[in-house]
Design a protein around this ligand. Structure first.
Ligand code: MN
Length: 248
């Protein structure tokens, strides 16, 4: 099969690396285009669970027309005592926030992608709402403070660079959204489709190997717990009321 000549992608600026790594005739991921957004629009954030060669959670914050991105191997933690390694990766296009599916084997990042959480975020400077210049300044300094409003993640957070390179730590600040429960286990499904990793792979017609890998990335008990709960509605109702009474 003759390959089409690739267009000159250097003009896509901060998305050049994203575009260079991908074959858009093969992958279902969106091509990278910078976009102009209204200045008063809330900034988007997304967390994508990605079973590539290694499982990780891609944590992305909108800034100046692209999604700044960090790969968090263990996923976010709601426990302020837990600092999660976050490796800075290439900025992604805003269109990527809608992407859930399977990147074919052999392609960059081949594997299943889930929209694990999404919502809006805001930078924090001097305990007030920050602006784009504050974000630039904090990124250069290696300490970005922000608040998230998502379906699973909320409240005050920070990203701290550890060694001047691409290595950061994602840390939850102490507020009413902290928890010692592992949110990646307690709340494993897509916030868009409600699907597990296995279901996303199945719907996308993934290869056997990718299906097995996707299923392995779901908490072991997800399907079993769901099936059990569905067959025992009385038990579920009973276990709910004390939690509600406790206000959690
Ligand atoms: Mn990834």
């Amino acid at each position: 099969m003759a390959k089409r000549a690739l267009p000159d992608l250097s003009r896509f600026g901060r998305l050049a690396e994203y575009n260079r790594k991908r074959h858009f005739a093969v992958t279902p991921e969106p091509p990278g285009r910078s976009v102009e957004r209204a200045a008063d629009r809330p900034r988007e954030f997304v967390v994508q669970k990605h079973r590539a060669s290694q499982l990780h959670y891609d944590f992305r914050l909108e800034h100046r027309g692209v999604m700044l991105s960090w790969a968090v191997p263990k996923g976010p933690s709601l426990d302020p005592a837990v600092k999660r390694l976050a490796m800075e990766t290439e900025p992604h296009p805003l269109d990527y926030n809608q992407f859930e599916g399977v990147i074919p084997e052999g392609e960059y990042g081949g594997g299943t992608v889930m929209i694990w959480d999404r919502g809006v975020w805001a930078p924090v400077a001097d305990n007030k709402l920050g602006d784009d210049a504050d974000v630039d300044r904090q990124l250069a300094k290696g300490e970005l403070k922000f608040v998230l409003l998502g379906k699973k993640l909320a409240g005050s957070w920070t990203l701290v660079r550890t060694r001047g390179g691409r290595q950061w730590l994602l840390i939850k600040h102490r507020d009413e959204h902290v928890s010692t429960d592992d949110v990646t286990v307690a709340n494993p499904r897509s916030v868009v489709s409600g699907r597990t990793m296995a279901a996303i792979a199945r719907v996308a017609g993934a290869s056997e190997r990718q299906l097995a890998r996707a299923a392995g990335a779901d908490p072991a008990t997800t399907e079993a717990r769901a099936a059990k709960a569905a067959s025992r509605p009385a038990a579920r109702a009973r276990s709910r009321s004390p939690r509600r009474a406790a206000g959690s």
